[in-house]
Design a protein around this ligand. Structure first.
Ligand code: AHM
Ligand code: MG
Length: 336
């Protein structure tokens, strides 16, 4: 059977045509992200050969060792995006402060109206083992009026996102994105260098049989969460138990599997880290936007992720995300 070839760019443009007032800036921006991620994908594939694996010797703003590929992905994205002419500010997990886009890069568009947040290379502790890693991004409209973007532009609630997505560098490179009209997935065909549509309007199953959590932290969890995970592992067949455990330790990979097959991913707060490990702006918000567009749910155990008002660029949040009924059940236990 001949499959219909729809490139990422064609798909984005077709979506844009549904909005008569659209200027095309968001479409261009998404195309620039895809291009930067193709470059990163190439380097991820070649990393072992050209000594990009391993540590740089520096620490990032979270006190973690910076892997060389992290640094490369951050620089590639910043360089590709700051010249797009559509951005007024960039915030990256790998940079302490946000990066206001210089007026010279705004060119003919001093009103450049978007802000982008990204985690350049999520799951980087897995790089040396050749395990799937990914880039996560999130796009907002500016709230300031003109010139370089401000901190206020960068600290917007997740509900204000106009686009979000991720690229996963795995057995093949894929890109998944939403602009608020469903979630669409593309696979990079390396022979022609194009992302081609593989799944339009992805829907996550309402209920699953899979949970993903770093269970090594069990003794530090709240009693409610321990009870929930114990329940998932119990052998009550009538209750759709036991669940299977699947945990790559690479958020994009765990999230993508759950998006397609159903599942709940949890990175809770615990007695050591009250707000867990994951960042609201670079990880939780974009994935929450995607999962809701796919019919799923994302909360911090008490509150919808997209409703949280960020107070700083690197704020962390507990995260319960995935199939709606599973997340609702987890919330009940966690609140109890
Ligand atoms: P990173 O952004 O520094 O790569 O950290 C985030 C990663 C996620 O990909 C993953 O879900 C999580 O850290 C795994 O953490 P842990 O090793 O504590 O289970
Ligand atoms: Mg990350």
């Amino acid at each position: 059977m001949l499959r219909k070839f729809v490139t990422l760019y064609r798909h984005i443009i077709d979506e844009e045509r549904l909005y008569p007032d659209a200027t095309g800036q968001l479409s261009d921006l998404l195309a620039d992200i895809a291009l930067a991620c193709k470059v990163i994908s190439l380097e991820v594939n070649r990393a072992g050969l050209i000594d990009l694996m391993g540590l740089t010797g520096d620490e990032n703003v979270h006190g973690e060792q910076v892997k060389k590929l992290d640094e490369y992905a951050h620089t590639t994205l910043v360089r590709a995006m700051e010249v797009s002419g559509h951005l007024c500010a960039i915030a990256s997990e790998e940079s302490e402060d946000f990066i206001p886009v210089k007026e010279k890069f705004m060119g003919v568009r001093p009103m450049s109206k978007y802000i982008i947040h990204f985690d350049p290379l999520d799951g980087s502790s897995n790089i040396d083992a050749n395990i799937s890693i990914g880039t996560i991004f999130s796009v907002f409209k500016r709230v300031s009026s003109s010139g370089p973007g401000t901190l206020e532009d960068c600290l917007q609630q997740g509900t204000k996102q106009v686009a979000a997505g991720y690229v996963m560098y795995g057995s093949s490179t894929i890109m998944v994105y939403t602009t608020g009209r469903g979630v669409h997935g593309f696979t990079l065909d390396p022979t022609v260098g194009e992302f081609l549509l593989f799944h339009e309007n992805i829907k996550i199953p309402k209920r699953s049989k899979t949970y993903s959590i770093n269970e090594g932290n069990y003794t530090k969890w709240s009693e409610g969460l321990r009870n929930y995970v114990d329940d998932l592992k119990s052998d009550s067949k009538g209750k759709n138990r036991p669940y299977s455990a699947r945990y790559v330790g690479s958020l994009v990979a765990d999230f993508h599997r759950n998006l397609l097959y159903g599942g709940i991913f949890m990175y809770p707060g615990d007695s050591k880290n009250k707000n867990g490990k994951l960042r609201l702006l670079y990880e939780a918000n974009p994935l929450a936007f995607i999962v809701e567009q796919a019919g799923g749910r994302a909360t911090n155990g008490k509150e919808r992720i997209l409703d949280i008002v960020p107070l700083n660029l690197h704020q962390k949040t507990p995260l319960f995300i995935g199939s709606e009924e599973d997340v609702l059940e987890a919330e009940k236990y966690v609140k109890s």
